[in-house]
Design a protein around this ligand. Sequence first.
Ligand SMILES: Cc1cc2nc3c(=O)[nH]c(=O)nc-3n(C[C@H](O)[C@H](O)[C@H](O)COP(=O)(O)O)c2cc1C
Length: 330
Amino acid sequence: MSKSYPHLISPLSIGKVTIKNRFAVAPMDPGFDVASDGSFTQDGIDYYVRRAQGGFGLIYTGGMGIDTDFEKFAPSILDNPAAFVRTGQEINARIAAYGTKMFVQVAFGLGRNAGLSAPSELTILWDPSRKTRALTVQDIETKMSSFVEACKVVQRAGFAGVDVHAIHWGHLLDEFALSLMNQRTDEYGGSLGNRLRIPRELRRRVAEACGPDFPVTIRLGLRTGIKGLGQASYTLDEAEEAGRTLAEAVEIAKLLESYGYDGLSVDTGTLDSYYWACPPSYIERGYMVGLAAAVWWAARWRSTTAATVARSPSWRCYPISSLPGSACRP
Ligand SMILES: Cc1cc2nc3c(=O)[nH]c(=O)nc-3n(C[C@H](O)[C@H](O)[C@H](O)COP(=O)(O)O)c2cc1C
């Protein structure tokens, strides 16, 4: 393998953190790793250690909550910070034996996917008879403060970095970024820069709170694959895209880099188009490679980026910068 895929077993830098190889576990909530107080369960600790034993250089957790005032989709890291730090330190001490690094995916919110609050009044995904409440500027401030507090706890627990969850799957930051879902007329709506104001602020504030060397990556959906709210597109044909085109994804990637993000983890789809979010086995293998490569080449991402580029486990989170040059070109 070292001859056929030399990059796969070579180290990868995310900011100042070195990952021993290019195999990464994509962010996935396994459903049993977090206790009701937000700390890691013993099963969760053992699960992550087994992943490290298996040889992964980088492990992402699934999205972890930061507040319970706006939506309670997952226990919050801030529910019991002492327990989070204690159990997180156990994970980090044990995975260090295998040279594995771990990033915690910190979730800003699920928006209309969870059914409570969103950038604007939006039809709730699971109950189209109801609408979300639009977050106020003060709500957004409160959520950003909680997010930064959660990152400080993650850092105290010894994790190597955080991944911002996420401008993808139609979750809250995705809703802010998508003009289809963001009808605000204040500084969080309108231009693309305004719609990305929260990720920009989060990167700046996390650097202030955790130091500039604590790496922060972010998840970005390169295509939404929707014809409208609640309407999937089964072709990914840009002619019927009502959400994000690849051209806009490239612009977003460039802006995220300029905000100081250290890496980008890419995928596709929203919960309206679950077909593209969790692609079934009959979707062409590697369909995401071209999209990921187009962003990498166009945005010239400074730090190497990791991407979930295909449905096959052997391709999961294949780092796009390690693709052979010819295969990378859009
Ligand atoms: C059970 C499950 C839980 C997931 N949880 C998360 C999550 O918490 N955060 C996230 O960014 N993506 C999450 N994902 C999406 C995966 O990271 C990945 O993008 C998706 O499964 C598509 O890649 P695949 O075709 O290789 O499975 C989850 C996927 C699954 C199947």
